[in-house]
Design a protein around this ligand. Structure first.
Ligand code: GH3
Ligand code: MG
Ligand code: MG
Length: 354
């Protein structure tokens, strides 16, 4: 969440956005420098993130076996693949949930293990984790055919075919990670790098769910750029795009980890703020509006936004009603003259006769 307390914060995001000089690269591809001014706790952030990123960039394998597989872990490690767990057949389900591997290598003879059931389970978990089998039986036609028929990707005889097993593991992990990458991209708005409408919906349902389960409030800000059509007409569509992207950069710069900034489409954005009530959200929206109104977009000048604010539970306790409340408040802000914030009325005020 953006710093709720102070005017100096405004100064920190008034300067040109770091990605501004390279208009082709969206914010999520850029190193953000002014973000730290908004969040003092972020001083060690880049280092921590680098370590996490390095860890995430390695492949992860879960091995399901009763017997030691000498040499396998070392060979995988040498290929930047981590063995995230070695479990028996019966413990495989728990290990799977805990370690979120890219690939499972299983010994078909492991106790309590049905290859068919394991393959089925992997197929349904996380949209399909591949399975390969490795055992001491010969890798003849029948054994390989039986592995494929059960839903595994292949069967290898170990230790004689360890090198083939590792090669195949590398391939399957790369494929699996490509799928993960594509899935992540499908949730991202291509112009701004923010979450798209799909990801936003998931986040909204999750946050409202947190209210139901833990009583943790949240707030939704809906923002719409004022008169973007006029900006396009006057300065051209690329300038309008730049306005959208610079605004996106500002929004992503003011968020905490659990918040979500999304471009819902066109020139409309949403900020989903976790753990804050509607009063705080209203003040924050006002400060944000002020910051944006002082922002300079190169080739365009100043821009303004209108903001509708709704809170859970104050304005709605299900995703749909919270969204409608914020949307209606945005409409009020637009009709009130633009460049302003409107806060949704409390739920009961809308009930007839109250
Ligand atoms: P209002 O203050 O009422 O919001 O006025 P407006 O002109 O921003 O809104 P209106 O709904 O009349 O028009 C939306 C404009 O936003 C027109 C459309 O071309 C522009 N727009 C939508 N998506 C994009 C985009 O991706 N890039 C650019 N440059 N313009 C866009
Ligand atoms: Mg608009
Ligand atoms: Mg609009």
């Amino acid at each position: 969440m953006f710093n709720l307390d102070a005017a100096p914060v405004a100064q920190s995001i008034l300067g040109p956005a770091p990605w501004f000089k390279t208009p082709c690269a969206p914010p999520h591809k850029q190193a953000s420098s002014d973000v730290t001014l908004l969040r003092p706790d972020m001083a060690t952030y880049p280092e921590k993130k680098l370590v996490e990123k390095a860890k995430r960039s390695r492949g992860r394998v879960l091995i399901v076996t009763d017997e030691a597989q000498p040499g396998l872990a070392e060979l995988l490690e040498a290929k930047s693949i981590d063995v995230v767990g070695v479990s028996t057949g019966t413990a495989a389900i728990i290990s799977l949930q805990r370690s979120r591997p890219h690939l499972v290598i299983a010994n078909p003879k492991a106790t309590g293990l049905s290859i068919h059931e394991l393959a089925k389970m992997l197929e349904h978990s996380d949209n399909g984790i591949p399975l390969v089998l490795a055992g001491t039986e010969p890798s003849n036609h029948d054994n390989r055919m039986s592995a494929l028929s059960e839903g595994a990707f292949d069967y290898f005889e170990v230790p004689s075919e360890l090198d083939l097993l590792v090669k195949r593991s590398e391939q399957l992990i790369a494929l699996r990670r490509k799928i993960e990458e594509l899935r992540a991209d499908a949730d991202i708005d291509y112009l701004t790098g923010l979450a798209n409408r799909r990801r936003f919906r998931v986040a909204l349902v999750r946050e409202v769910g947190r209210w139901r389960r833990y009583g943790s409030p949240c707030a939704l800000l809906m923002l719409d750029i004022d008169h973007l059509k006029q900006i396009n007409d006057r300065f051209g569509h690329p300038a309008g795009d730049l306005v959208i992207r610079q605004l996106a950069q500002t929004l992503s710069g003011v968020l905490r980890d659990n918040d979500t900034a999304a471009r819902l489409g066109g020139e409309e954005f949403a900020l989903l703020l976790a753990g804050i009530d509607i009063e705080k959200a209203g003040s924050a929206a006002e400060r944000l509006r002020d910051v944006i109104s002082k922002m300079i977009v190169e080739g365009v000048g100043r821009i303004t936004v209108s903001i509708g604010v709704a809170g859970c539970p104050a304005s709605g306790t299900v995703d749909r009603t919270l969204y409608s409340a914020a949307d209606e408040a945005l409409y009020v802000a637009k009709n009130g003259g633009r460049n302003r914030v409107a806060v949704a009325p409390p739920m009961q005020e809308k009930l007839p006769g109250v």
